[in-house]
Design a protein around this ligand. Structure first.
Ligand code: NDP
Length: 325
């Protein structure tokens, strides 16, 4: 069961909005964790580092490579480019036809690895089926692997000596810290075991380091009685990609819920769909001490941490110390 603690009620830095939890009156509040605000703050701090690098004659550069016709992937890439431009990171965008031979992508990555104006190389996933995704991750120079997915960077993270932490789980650590949720000694349940979210999230949570020291359970599609696991948790990170699969009945009072899921479901809107998380927000809110919304929760942090890693890469390349937030 969640231990006796009350995170973030009037105690967080930066003023994410809080709401009274409907059936518990004004005594207990549910913090709706405002990822936009926390992400903006981190981006501003990273922007200060970009200025410090500029003083040292260094302009960070991020190259994005898109080999997909997927509308969501196009949107993610353009959001990343825009975020770069806003804080003074040079962005270079490369598009490759989705049906082009795989070697065209690998050749491009090789060029970017060798390009001295590029500090970070990001190939937007997923790549088409005829491209070996694992080879893509291995092909990026580990020093330019600002997604943190190269085996060398994964190994460093797992062994407790991270170079670039993967952006989404790192962003979640920042979100929790921003609302004063201390993970140490807590029971955390991560739902999902993907290489980009679930596994690195669980890894960061078990590290003997700030944002870690949690007793962590990883659940997946073969987990039996998921609700029994999530009900034991102080912190639930939902990253399954299944719309609203976790509702309030699967949570304990006072839990902190981080909803990573971004799922399109049909809706009577202009676009014909709406975005929902993996958590059923309204019922979860009635149980939780703090919860992230979708959209506006984890997503902005993922982008902010990409900027963070790119600036870190530029500092490492140039041998300039940058004081990242
Ligand atoms: P994947 O599809 O790669 O992985 C999903 C994981 O969830 C798998 O490990 C799978 O188990 C598990 N899973 C699926 N169904 C269930 C279930 N019914 N019960 C328990 N576990 C289940 O997804 P990603 O990790 O890439 O992404 C997860 C979600 O997060 C998606 O909605 C994605 O859009 C979103 N996302 C959001 C980001 C953001 O910045 N906000 C960034 C990245 C992702 P198994 O391994 O057994 O198949």
């Amino acid at each position: 069961m969640p231990s006796e603690w009350s995170p973030a009620v009037g105690a967080r830095r930066g003023g994410a909005p809080t709401e009274a939890a409907g059936d518990r009156g004004a005594i207990t509040m549910t913090t709706i964790i405002d990822g936009n605000e926390i992400g903006d703050r981190i981006r501003a701090d990273v922007g200060d580092c970009v200025e410090a690098l500029a003083d040292a004659g260094v302009t960070p550069g991020l190259a994005t490579v898109l080999m997909s016709d997927d509308e969501a992937s196009e949107t993610y890439v353009s959001m990343k480019q825009r975020a770069c431009e806003e804080i003074g990171i040079e962005s270079y965008h490369h598009e490759i036809d989705a049906d082009a031979p795989a070697e065209r992508l690998f050749d491009r990555v090789e060029e970017l690895n060798a390009d001295p104006s590029v500090d970070g190389v990001l190939v937007q996933m997923p790549v088409p089926d005829h491209v070996d995704a694992r080879r893509v991750l291995r092909s990026i120079d580990p020093m330019k692997d600002v997604d943190g997915f190269h085996p060398e960077n994964v190994g460093r993270m797992v062994s407790g000596d991270p170079r670039y932490k993967p952006c989404t789980p790192h962003g979640i650590q920042k979100l929790l810290a921003a609302v004063d949720v201390d993970t140490e000694g807590k029971d955390a349940v991560v739902v999902g075991r993907s290489d980009i979210v679930g596994k690195p999230m669980a890894n960061l949570l078990i590290q003997k380091a700030p944002g870690g020291n949690a007793t962590t359970t990883v659940c997946h599609s073969r987990t039996e009685d998921l609700a029994a696991k999530t009900r034991q948790a102080d912190i639930v990170v939902a990253a399954a990609g299944v719309p609203e699969m976790i509702d309030g009945s699967m949570l304990s009072e006072g839990v902190v819920v981080v909803d990573v899921g971004v799922n399109r479901v049909d809706a009577d809107t202009e676009k014909g769909y709406e975005l929902v998380g993996d958590v059923e927000f309204e019922s979860a809110k009635r149980k939780a001490a703090a919860v992230t919304p979708v959209p506006g929760g984890v997503g902005p942090l993922t982008i902010a941490m990409l900027m963070y890693n790119t600036v870190k890469a530029a500092g490492l390349r140039a041998g300039v110390d940058v004081e990242l937030p």
